[in-house]
Design a protein around this ligand. Structure first.
Ligand code: BDP
Length: 474
């Protein structure tokens, strides 16, 4: 079947395109509606998620969220990370101490320096409501301007098998925190297996006026240990448009239902594969292109944002350890960071998504894994991201006939997201706009002027993405 879809619906209609005269080049037609009918990109859309244990000092007595760590501050600002969620498995794990006032101070000082707001989680499983209420009051009285909201527990649907059992355990914590902080707002239930908890909590809580975010978690590519058994096959799944069927299904079940009810919804933790990701897939250039597509897809729907799980140590395999999906990790010598491939997906999204999502139709031949997303910024300029996910033996450059409707003359600039060998298994050698992200978290990529026209043809090499920026003539 040929594919014809619009980024706001999964309408499948057969459209036949002429086969390209140039061997191996795929002709793709992308038409962007000039009508701004899509959602506006919410502030703080892009976020990271960390284990609560990352708030504690490490074996050298050092804090990770050190406000004087300029490299980490730079990374947040360069990647466009404006939401910082702390919680995950560590928040409910009895082996992990509960962060106290001093740890909290350091976290919020970091958030202030980096320009991010915090979703702060308290312990639910065997947690002490009075202790959480005390710390909630501490946070609200010092750092209310940096606090997005509180959350209680992580993925409770794994061990509390009914919503009623969960709610009965959750409510005393909520009540105690609300008593200490009467205007407190909450994120919940941070469910992972049973998404009905998200709808049920919204139903119970939203009318009371204290639910800031209804949330759930996704690991769209499944179990990391399974994924590592055949990394090539796993990378192929990262780069398949079939994932859009999963996104469609989950959005229809949760996001769209909440949007219709006017309830704010956020995926407050996600990544590719759970159990810390799949080695040789979650840590490769395939994950860059996966993340870029995934973020654009969800941003074109009605959700508040997404927090990608990361950190030096994450919950995995029943304990804690290094994550294959980590976006960046401290260099072994402690100076600066090793920037992992997935960071480039976040950076490319932040560079190419501003204003309102524009409806896009893509015409391409069967099973060619390409994507296109478009945004209209408040200054009238437009941004387009074209992703060519073909690679290896099936690598095919694409030639995109691009039409931006409802616009007059103007000029285009371009910036490419590439890996220098066009190798989706690569872990290094990635640049955006000709520059890598440095170990100090800085990036000096550039837009390049390419044409002056409303419509143009754009060549996008295999295993790469092209970002375009259109500025209307004055
Ligand atoms: C999530 C947990 C997080 C883990 C992650 C994983 O909240 O703590 O690190 O799974 O398994 O469900 O990678």
């Amino acid at each position: 079947m040929n594919r014809f879809f619009c980024s706001f619906c999964s309408l499948a209609v057969a459209v036949l395109l002429p086969v390209s005269a140039t061997a191996q080049t795929q002709n793709v037609a992308v038409t962007i509606s000039g009508e701004v009918s899509g959602p506006e990109l919410p502030s703080r859309f892009l976020g990271l998620s960390y284990e609560s244990s990352m708030l504690l000092t490490n074996q050298d007595g050092k804090y990770y969220f050190d406000p004087s760590d300029q490299a980490l501050v730079n990374i947040f600002q360069t990647l466009g990370i404006e939401s910082l969620r702390v919680g995950a498995n560590a928040v409910d794990d009895p082996r992990i101490p509960i962060p106290q006032e001093k740890d909290i101070d350091v976290l919020f000082r970091f958030a202030r320096t980096a320009g991010a707001k915090v979703i702060y989680s308290f312990r639910l499983k065997n947690g002490d409501p009075a202790n959480s209420a005390r710390l909630a009051h501490y946070i609200a009285s010092r750092d209310a301007d940096l606090l997005d909201c509180f959350s209680i527990g992580n993925e409770p649907d794994i061990y509390l098998k009914t919503f009623d059992a969960y709610f009965a355990q959750w409510k005393p914590h909520y009540d105690a925190i609300l008593k200490a902080v009467p205007n407190a707002m909450f994120d919940g239930p941070a469910a992972v297996v049973n998404d009905s908890y998200t709808l049920d909590l919204a139903k119970a809580l939203f009318p009371l006026g204290h639910l800031a975010i209804a949330s759930d978690h996704y690991y769209f590519l499944g179990n990391g240990r399974e994924g590592e058994k055949d990394p090539a096959a796993t990378r192929a799944r990262f780069l398949s448009n079939r994932l859009h069927e999963d996104y469609d299904k989950t959005y229809a079940e949760i996001g769209a239902v909440l949007a219709a009810q006017g309830v704010p919804y956020r995926i407050d933790e996600l990544n590719s594969c759970y159990f810390g990701g799949a080695k040789d897939a979650s840590d490769t250039f395939a994950s860059t292109l996966w993340a870029l597509d995934c973020i654009h897809w969800w941003a074109a729907h009605h959700i508040l944002g997404m927090n990608f799980h990361t950190g030096e140590s994450v919950g995995r395999d029943g304990g804690f350890g290094a994550a294959n999906y980590a976006a960046f990790l401290h260099q072994p010598d402690g100076h600066g960071f090793v920037i992992r491939p997935q960071s480039y997906g976040y950076l490319a999204f932040s560079q190419g998504a501003h204003g309102n999502s524009l409806p896009v139709t893509i015409q391409a031949v069967t099973n060619f894994n390409c994507n296109a997303y478009a945004w209209r910024d408040h200054d009238g300029s437009a941004y387009v991201t074209l992703i060519n996910k073909s690679y290896g033996a099936d690598a095919q450059p694409m030639s995109v006939s691009l039409l931006l409707q409802g616009t007059g003359a103007g000029s285009w600039q371009r910036m490419d997201l590439t890996q220098h060998d066009q190798d989706v298994a690569a872990k290094t050698g990635i640049t955006l706009g000709g520059a890598p992200i440095t170990s100090q978290g800085t990036w000096s990529g550039q837009w390049t002027k390419i044409a002056s026209a409303r419509a143009l043809t754009v060549q996008v090499p295999a295993a790469s993405a092209a970002l375009l920026h259109f500025t209307p003539a004055k």
